[in-house]
Design a protein around this ligand. Structure first.
Ligand code: 2P0
Length: 326
């Protein structure tokens, strides 16, 4: 199935009529059980289910209107870079009424320094804003199916707090949606440790395709991801922080191991990433309940509870701390 067919099928369920303006916010999210590998690239269907935590008020706000002559895309108040604008326009083609163009103004309130301004909150905010403009009246679940086509991880950014993205089994991808979990973990904190702001050489899509095609270790990934997903759900329900942290950290390291075993090898780490990991391990040996996760980049995201916040700040004075449930 082509993505246009997928969209057309979904749009049959749309209700209202278009207005003149749409606006929405979506939070960034950090995967605790990672999405790594596509079973269908056209429909952005993942190999495994994933689970994430949103970053509260940090994310993307987007305003969308119709435009007469051409698409006009702005990022953080300036005309967007060409590659960014083209990616959005191509995505908007899926929803474009005949002869119409869009004006999109999108802003990230995630400090660029955090290296977190991602496609996840971007595409989630865009589909929410589109829903507002077009009057579709879609549920978050339906919107997650559309956000997924823009960027897989965007499916999870439709929700605050914990979210899961079901891998699904259907070839048409209609069961590969995300949903929010009602669990709230008030004293959970995410700490962002920036190592580098430099744009990565290998994007996630290319990275996961290469890993899936060439890494022998990737064979063990789907089973580990399923197991970690189940353990995280159990740990979240029980608020078992050691189990939660251990599973998230191990999942991230296993994902990176599959990449390093790819060819050509793929390593998103910098020397400083490794020294920060070692600092976390040493702190844990000294009984601090501190864990980390990492995405397709060199930055670390620390996981800890509010009771240890002062100790974490002492160890990492530059850490940016986020309350995911604010
Ligand atoms: C995640 N990542 O679950 C994983 C962990 C990076 C490492 O989702 O190809 O930008 O657009 O679907 O969503 C980043 O990949 O990839 C990602 P596409 P996306 O958060």
């Amino acid at each position: 199935m082509k993505r246009q067919e997928f969209v057309d099928q979904l749009l049959k369920r749309a209700k209202g009529t278009p207005g003149t303006r749409g606006e929405a916010f979506a939070p960034a999210n950090i995967a605790l059980c990672k999405y790594w590998g596509k079973r269908n690239a056209e429909l952005n269907l993942p190999v495994n289910s994933s689970l994430s935590i949103s970053l509260g008020k940090l994310g993307t706000r987007t305003i969308i209107k119709f435009s007469k002559t051409s698409d006009r895309i702005f990022l953080n108040g300036k005309p967007a870079p060409k590659a960014f604008a083209e990616r959005l326009s191509t995505y908007l083609d899926l929803f474009r009424p005949e002869g119409l163009f869009f004006e999109v103004r999108t802003k990230n309130n995630i400090p660029t320094a955090a290296g977190l301004a991602s496609s996840a909150s971007g595409f989630a905010a865009l589909v929410k804003a589109l829903d507002d403009l077009m009057g579709w009246g879609f549920t978050p679940r339906e919107l997650s199916l559309l956000a997924r086509l823009g960027s897989g991880s965007a499916a999870r950014s439709l929700y605050d707090g914990f979210a899961v993205w079901h891998a699904g089994q259907r070839p048409d991808g209609m069961d590969s949606y995300a949903e929010g979990l009602s669990n709230v973990w008030d004293d959970l904190r995410v700490g962002i440790l920036e190592v580098s702001r430099v744009r990565k050489k290998t994007g996630s899509t290319e990275g996961m395709n290469r890993t899936r095609e060439t890494s022998e270790l990737y064979r063990s990934w789907p089973a580990q991801a399923q197991c970690d997903y189940d353990e995280l759900r159990t740990a979240i329900a029980a608020k078992d922080f050691p189990m939660f942290g251990k599973t998230a950290e191990n999942n991230a390291l296993a994902m990176h191991a599959t990449m390093m075993a790819a060819w050509p090898p793929l390593c998103y780490w910098k020397p400083q990433s490794v020294s920060l990991m070692q600092k976390v391990w040493k702190a844990r040996e000294a009984e601090l309940e501190l864990y980390f996760t990492m995405d397709a980049g060199p930055n670390l995201k620390l996981l800890f509870l509010t009771g240890d916040q002062a100790a974490v700040r002492r160890l990492f004075p530059k850490v940016q701390i986020v309350n995911p449930f604010l």
